[in-house]
Ligand binder design. Structure first.
Ligand code: EPZ
Length: 420
């Protein structure tokens, strides 16, 4: 297994190019299941989760080809409809193939994704919505067995909770359903917006894109000629590097970024004393010399994203004062706290709220990554900790960050990837 050896840095300086969004790429790869033609996907990030989902599609009979600047996926010869445990257990977002496979073939078996480090991660809302659309769902020996022999039928879906992949699953199912589907309380994340935009560009009538109420007119089973697209920039990767600039008090510039997807993150960084120069596709951070404490509550887009909570918690250890960070989406998304405490951070957990007393000196030591965003939070801590930090189990990091140590190395960080 690999681990990262990181030294503290005086400061960073330079340009970081942001990759395509992992969480936009995953539903868009699943969308190829609905395509009557070969689909060309541009700007996919080079991360493990993308490779995993492409492997799953290949196991089902799709032909995935990697070219210089794009991946092409041909699902015309797709013949399998079972997503097996061996793949699904490594990436719960595999659940995104459920809606498309069921809509196209009338039956589908997907291993129950199970929970993950950050929480139970139930999929009851996905299944309830598919049943409302006419599917029969059974859980047998750890698998979801879904059938809809006469195809799915559009209807009015109201999500009890906002669910990102739940919305994506039902949007894709609705695209091939008979009649019209309305989804109320839909997720508005940019990644869901792009899925809807690609479907719309491919001839599917969708109203309310970007709002909490989506209306989709289905093709009654006719496959869709999915148009070529380029994946939107990864707003969480971008936010992570802005935190790297803030915590090391460095001026760095992000390119190929979409500033309008980072409203809540930029606002919180401004509250902490940072300022920015922003153009259409770049953000330059002008760091605070004295970091101010902050209050954060994680909520659905466009509010502050849960995927940035761990990174801000690390940043808060360097603020002068007490910060309060409340995690409202996942029940166990503070596992980075114990590792930060081992580095010397002064953090008190009370249920879903972390109280961070700064500014604390962090000391480099051996730490263990526990989940994707916790990993990046530990990298941020290592940049300012005294001495050397070894971050173990970075397979978590590799799931969602494209060449993180190279990108930070290019702006002056001293991070080596070594073998245990
Ligand atoms: C997506 O996960 C993202 N993953 C997550 O990013 C992100 O943290 C999350 O949305 C919230 O923004 C992908 O897009 C691949 P949810 P998802 O369904 O769709 C509850 C990362 O770091 N819920 O929006 O699985 C659920 O328990 C990852 O890149 C149900 O109760 O999240 C949670 O409390 C981590 N029943 C809340 O809704 C359901 O059927 C939001 O979950 C579905 C969800």
């Amino acid at each position: 297994m690999d681990y990262l050896k990181a030294q503290s840095v005086k400061s960073l300086n330079g340009i970081i190019k942001i990759s395509g969004a992992k969480n936009a790429s995953l539903p868009l790869i699943a969308l190829t299941i609905l395509s009557s033609e070969i689909v060309s996907l541009k700007n996919l990030p080079n991360v493990a989760d993308i490779k995993t989902l492409l492997k799953l599609l290949s196991n089902l009979g799709a032909i995935c080809k990697f070219h210089e600047d794009r991946v092409t996926v041909d699902t015309r010869s797709l013949h399998e409809t079972k997503a097996t445990y061996d793949i699904v257990k490594t990436m719960r977002a595999s659940i995104l193939v459920l809606g498309p496979i069921l809509a196209r073939f009338g039956h589908c078996e997907v291993s129950l994704p199970g929970g993950c480090a950050i929480g139970q991660r139930p999929i009851n809302l996905h299944l309830k919505a598919l049943e409302q659309m006419g599917a029969k769902i059974a859980i047998k020996a750890g698998y979801i067995e879904a059938t809809a022999p006469d195809g799915l039928t559009g209807c009015n879906i109201i999500f009890d909770k906002i669910t990102v992949t739940g919305t994506a699953n039902i949007v894709m199912a609705a695209a091939l359903a008979k009649g019209e589907t309305t989804i109320t309380n839909a997720a508005r994340e940019p990644e869901v917006v792009q899925l809807c935009e690609v479907l719309s560009a491919s001839g599917i009538e969708i109203e309310g894109i970007g709002t909490a109420i989506l209306t989709i007119k289905g093709t009654a089973g006719k496959l869709i000629a999915i148009k070529e697209f380029s994946v939107i920039p990864d707003r969480i990767e971008a936010g992570t590097y802005l935190c790297a600039g803030a915590i090391t008090k460095s001026q760095i510039t992000l390119t190929s970024v979409e500033p309008k997807h980072l409203g809540a993150v930029l606002a919180k960084l401004e509250e902490m004393g940072n300022s920015f120069t922003i153009t259409d596709y770049t953000i330059t951070i002008h760091p605070a010399q004295e970091i101010k404490p902050v209050k954060i509550v994680t909520q659905e887009y466009p509010a502050f994203p849960t995927d940035m909570q761990a990174q801000f918690l690390t940043l808060a250890t360097q603020a002068n004062g007490v910060s309060i960070i409340e995690e409202r989406l996942f029940e166990n998304r503070f596992m980075h706290v114990s590792e930060l405490q081992r580095m010397g951070a002064d953090i008190t957990l009370n249920g879903h709220t972390a109280t961070v007393c700064g500014k604390t000196k962090l000391c480099g030591t051996d730490v263990m990554a526990t989940d994707l965003r916790a990993s990046s939070a530990l990298v941020l801590a290592a940049l300012v900790a005294n001495g050397e930090t070894n971050i173990h189990r970075i397979y978590h990091l590799d799931r969602g960050y494209d060449s993180l140590e190279k990108k930070l190395g290019n702006v002056g960080a001293k991070i080596q990837r070594l073998k245990e």
